[in-house]
Design a protein around this ligand. Structure first.
Ligand code: TGC
Ligand code: FAD
Length: 397
């Protein structure tokens, strides 16, 4: 691992071992094939159960529910190693761990936890998380049109979710919908329910080794016991996003390490005008920027891990790390692609694939600008996001 400030010295021996094992596994099972999967727009479904065996799915959950009670740093390091190969692999595990297993664990009934968590941890079941809708994802409250109508002992769900990772792979979807009181509630919806449809989104130029879908729910009937009883309101889905964004703050640095290493190796061996391009000031400036951003980002991520384990993590702190680490990785990937010259546009090298993937990572889980505005609100006390969300929600009631 590229680690200029010896952050790995601050990890426990167990955390270091888990990272080493994850790297070895991913280098053997994924690195040689990832460009082909990406080009063919395929997710490697044959690896899902192996991810489970490796402990990549819900590692922080207690062992009684299939997890390992792992530290926050362990979850971060797994995300780092996955995204060092491809953001799509990390996305799969982020959704399963933080957006499906976490809400069931944090807000589910005991029956829901026992029915789903161990099978999600082993990879026997795959889940997806439906919050975003076609009218816009940044304002999930104001734009939420999906409704849950009570009908006897059931709920009937209607609406459309957009850009849903794992949608066509999933056995169950955690769907966020407004009930008749206008409260946001979470539902565990089996994807073979009558009226449920997942349509795979085609022609993506980013995150191609990940499945992204539209979910259509037409009068989908689920028993009242499918609702997550432990939370209502937007803080339900937003608290899941905090978990996933935390992992992304680590993951993006994995991608940054991959493009930095590739650009450095290329620059050492590429000779122009009688000397390696690594000896040129303009090239060194790009490499130094990548290495410096990686170093600062890793310190942010490591400190976040400490705060998370201590139960002191604030969502705005996660916003800062997600925002800055992802943008640093995206800019680093663009610079690496440039250092590689013409070779940089082919999938034989990894930088352009990371660069295109990171366009998505910069957008999902809160766009770069939305995190800027969350931080602006935190620091100044003024809300520059706009007040439309609550007003629009009220007008729909
Ligand atoms: P706001 O008034 O700020 O908050 C409503 C309630 O939620 C609480 N809250 C949070 N709780 C936990 N974690 C967070 N990050 C939280 N942010 C807010 C807040 O305290 C409040 O609680 P209460 O008790 O007072 O009701 O709500 P708002 O409508 O003003 O929200 C604006 C904003 C910008 C914060 C929010 O809507 C937002 O984050 N927008 C971005 C949406 C987003 O990130 N969507 C992601 C969809 S999932 C996805 O992209 C998965 S990709 C996965 C992959 O493939 O890896
Ligand atoms: P919009 O919200 O319409 O925003 C458009 C632009 O306007 C952005 O640049 C934004 O920054 C800007 N903007 C918005 N509001 C403001 C403001 N107040 N001030 C200034 N600028 C503003 N969602 C899920 O629920 N589950 C998933 O699994 C999932 N996976 C995804 C996978 C992929 C590949 C992608 C691309 C997206 C995924 N998403 C998922 C959706 C993702 O979270 C949204 O795309 C994201 O939140 C932005 O929403 P939007 O695309 O509707 O853009």
């Amino acid at each position: 691992m590229f680690d200029f400030y010896q952050v790995t010295d601050l990890l426990t021996p167990e955390e270091r071992e888990i990272q080493k094992a994850a790297r070895k596994f991913l280098e053997a099972e994924c690195l040689p094939y990832i460009a082909e999967w990406w080009e063919k727009a395929e997710f490697p479904t044959h690896l899902i159960k192996k991810f489970g065996e490796m402990g990549f799915l819900g590692p922080s959950l207690p062992p009684e529910y299939g997890g390992q009670g792992a530290s926050a740093a362990t979850y971060g390091l797994i995300s780092y190693e996955l995204e060092r190969i491809d953001s799509g692999l990390r996305s799969f595990c982020s959704v399963q761990s933080s957006l499906v297993m976490y809400p069931i664990w944090a807000y589910g009934s005991e029956e829901q936890k026992r029915a789903y968590l161990p099978r999600l941890a082993s990879g026997e079941l795959v889940g997806c998380f439906g919050l975003t809708e076609p009218d816009g994802g940044s304002d999930p409250d104001g734009n939420m049109k999906t409704r849950a109508r009570k009908d006897g002992g059931d709920y009937v769900l209607s609406g459309t979710k957009m850009w849903i990772t794992n949608g066509n792979l999933a056995h169950l979807a955690v769907v966020w919908a407004k009930d008749e009181e206008g409260e946001v509630r979470g539902f565990i919806v089996p994807t073979d329910s009558k009226g449920f449809r997942a349509n795979k989104i085609q022609h993506k130029a980013s995150l191609r080794a990940s499945v992204t879908s539209e979910l259509v729910l037409e009068e989908v009937r689920v028993p009242a016991s499918a609702m997550l009883p432990g939370v209502k309101g937007l803080k339900g889905p937003l608290s899941c996003l905090t978990q996933a964004r935390y992992g992304i703050a680590w993951g993006a640095l994995g991608a940054l390490e991959a493009v930095y290493t590739e650009a450095l190796e290329f620059a050492q061996s590429r000779t122009t005008f009688g000397a390696p391009i690594a000896s040129r000031q303009l090239v060194q400036e790009k490499l130094v920027r990548m290495a410096a951003n990686h170093t600062k980002g890793l310190l942010l991520a490591w400190r976040l891990a400490q705060l998370k384990d201590a139960g002191k993590l604030k969502p705005a702190q996660v916003s800062l790390a997600k925002r800055d680490n992802v943008r640093a990785a995206l800019n680093g990937a663009r610079a690496a692609r440039e250092i590689l010259g013409g070779s940089g546009i082919t999938l034989e090298y990894h930088s352009i694939r990371h660069m295109l993937n990171l366009e998505t990572v910069d957008t999902y889980e809160g766009t770069h600008d939305i995190h800027t505005l969350i931080l602006g609100r935190e620091f100044t006390g003024h809300n520059a996001l706009g007040e439309s969300a609550k007003k629009a929600a009220l007008s729909l009631r």
